[in-house]
Design a protein around this ligand. Sequence first.
Ligand code: C2E
Ligand code: CMP
Ligand code: CA
Ligand code: CA
Length: 440
Amino acid sequence: MDALMRHFRQGDWIFHEGDEGECAYIVEQGEVAIVLERSDGHITLATYGQGTLFGEMAIIDQKPRSAGAIALKDCALRAITRAQLNHRLERADPILKICIQVILKHLRKTLTQIHSPEPSKVSVAPTVTNQANVDVIQPTAQQEESAAQTLGQAIDHSQPMMASDVFSEAIKTLHLEQELQIALTQNQLRLYYQPIVRLSDGLIVGFEALMRWIHPVKGMISPAVFIPIAERSGQIVEMTYWALREASSQLKKFQDIQKSYWGDQYAPLFMSVNFSGRDFLDGRFLDEIQNALQNHQLPPKSLKLEITESMLMLSPDEVQRVLGICQSYGASVAIDDFGTGYSSLSYLQSMPADTLKIDQSFVRTIHKNDRHLALVESILHLAHRLGMLTVAEGVETAEDVVTLRNLGCDLAQGYHYARPMPTDQVLAWMEKQTEQFPKI
Ligand code: C2E
Ligand code: CMP
Ligand code: CA
Ligand code: CA
């Protein structure tokens, strides 16, 4: 017995106009007429056949049924519960939610006009029909009253469409999204570079490129604010390509300086670039990676693609395929924020990744929390068994350095060594490294 299947005989009312809505329906079998109930008969607004959905309005805007529904044939309807719809709506983009509310408001208003006793008000005059051999039922006084209530609410323009804080947050996001578009064309984005060092002695081995938005009025805006907006709007794809080009061109310069200081003594510096889930689904992705490597004659291994666990889970097969190709070009792949996702272990062995970055939340509490210490130890062990290079993020103190070194972690990144910096400061920082690692 399927609890969410509802059966109606031909001529049955599924619901009446003005009723409280409990669920929406998908027609699995049969046919349904949507009717406005008037004292002189019904106005058929639409008929719905197999595979169509109706009864959604009252669920979404939480107002009474905007029209009645009658089974034109014997019907099997699948109910979609309020919880099922709401769960999806809650996760929808706030601007999209507002659009839905606006459309519903317009539709309800149009329905009140159709309902109006003066047919001249209706722009496309609907016909009063009884073509479906459905008995024309006179609405009861109670139905008429609740219908009137529907109409009253439909024209209540003063009613806010969303909680005002949600609304203003949505508008703010929309505004930032537009400003971000301007930022892209007016060169307001910058890359800062944070050194990544060898834990054993602090020698620089590479960088992570981190995006900054220098807003002409608001100043520096954190990537934690604008990256999620760009991911939602799709702007992230262009931003990633910009970062990839900029970072690979800069890497060449850093590698030249490295060579001028130390010759071929050390492996070429690498550059970690952050990627988002959407990037992998873009058709130009692989060409962009190849161009970044070729345009600057970079040793392929010196480009590291950083991807987070949650991103891997978006479309694991596609991401895995694309990453596999990147690795076949020689590029390196790092799993970022390791330990914060959900399915960490299952894909570790299947994902084409050679580097694992332990999330800062573990590193930060390594001394305060024995369990975190045990976790970091286990992650390092696991990664090394899988032949992966390990990077500890958020290394802030000399104490962290000693602990992580003793645990056998390979590389470190954090304020203890350097913050993310613009290029000129990076050059000064590299120069300072030569005090500890003399020039040849
Ligand atoms: P992430 O990829 O995990 O980058 C590391 C973040 O940790 C950076 O924050 C860095 O400044 C910060 N950090 C480094 N060392 C320390 C430390 O010792 N202590 C503390 N408290 N923080 C440290 P940032 O630059 O604000 O970036 C935040 C996030 O924004 C990044 O986290 C990344 O998810 C995203 N992001 C930044 N740039 C890009 C980009 O170009 N593309 C994409 N898709 N995401 C980016
Ligand atoms: P709801 O208001 O919950 O119940 C009546 C349903 O009829 C409504 O949701 C819509 O699914 C549908 N409906 C309302 N107005 C129209 C219309 N003008 N054309 C087609 N379907 C409609
Ligand atoms: Ca990162
Ligand atoms: Ca990280």
